[in-house]
Design a protein around this ligand. Structure first.
Ligand code: PEP
Length: 269
């Protein structure tokens, strides 16, 4: 494994050839943004032209307060809006929480579950993530299920076993492929500028693909899109997209600006 800010193994393949699944690029605004920042979404919509729309899906996940506004602003742009979290239950005495059904009600079509920042900040476990993924399925949303090893786990040689455990314990058994996306996000790569080698990404994604086929059946498992996430930038996106079994990207910081986000998505042109 190499902790490199650069991408050492340049692959020669065309990005669009690395997967037969329809590519997906997801933007995660985290706790950033404002009403004014929705102007970036409008700019993204303008840049997401017919040619690109015919090739990829684009999802943007703003903070909870802006999901409804973003869903309205995204009408007609081809961009789908997701949330960054949901509660597992439909409704009830859960102050401050929002259900998957409520997200669907305000125009969201996707929800992220299991992001490492929620696993850390709220001590979310695989079973919680699984319950949220089930909630997404129940509400008709697409679950973007995030997993990935910490730096300590990678250094201890446990990256693959950690990812396999997270996958096994958090993916609902009967999840249909069109409602499930896996975001492989090594925790040490998120917001750090560090990116794994193409070989490491390829190894983990191949492992995830094999396990998805075992968990969901060969056909469904091969259709689930597996995204790479962690310090994706316009400067490294093309190399990441070229890796086998990388069906797209999960983009944090670089999704805040329309220009960067569109540059990343634009590698699929
Ligand atoms: C993320 O938060 O999901 C993420 C990938 O962040 P960044 O791209 O900023 O590393």
């Amino acid at each position: 494994m190499s902790f490199s800010g650069r991408f050492p193994l340049l692959l020669k393949k065309e990005p669009a050839m690395s997967s037969k699944n329809r590519p997906l690029v997801v933007g995660n605004w985290k706790m950033n943004g404002s009403r004014a920042a929705l102007g970036e979404l409008v700019a993204m919509g303008k840049g997401f032209d017919g040619a690109l729309r015919s090739k990829i899906d684009l999802v943007l996940c703003p903070p909870m307060t802006h999901v409804a506004l973003a869903a309205q602003a995204a009408v007609g742009t081809g961009i789908s809006i997701g949330a960054q979290n949901c509660h597992a239950k439909v409704s009830g005495a859960h102050t401050g929480d929002v259900s998957a059904e409520m997200l669907a009600d305000i125009g969201a079509t996707a929800v992220m579950v299991g992001h490492s920042e929620r696993r850390t900040d709220y001590k979310e476990k695989d079973a919680d993530v699984r319950a949220k993924a089930e909630a997404a399925q129940r509400a008709g949303l697409m679950a973007v299920l995030c997993l990935g090893e910490t730096k300590a786990e990678r250094e201890a040689g446990k990256a693959l076993s950690v990812v396999r455990r997270q996958l096994k314990d958090s993916v609902p058994a009967n999840m249909p492929a069109h409602q499930l996306v896996i975001g492989y996000e090594p925790v040490w790569a998120i917001g750090t500028g560090l990116v794994p080698t193409a070989k490491d990404v390829e190894e983990v994604h191949a492992l995830i693909r094999g396990d998805l086929k075992r968990l969901l059946g060969k056909e469904e498992g091969s259709k689930v899109r597996i995204l790479y996430g962690g310090s994706v930038k316009p400067s490294n996106a093309a190399e990441l997209l070229a890796v086998d079994n990388v069906d797209g990207l999960l983009v944090g910081g670089a999704s805040l600006k329309a220009e960067d986000f569109l540059t990343i998505a634009g590698f699929y042109r």
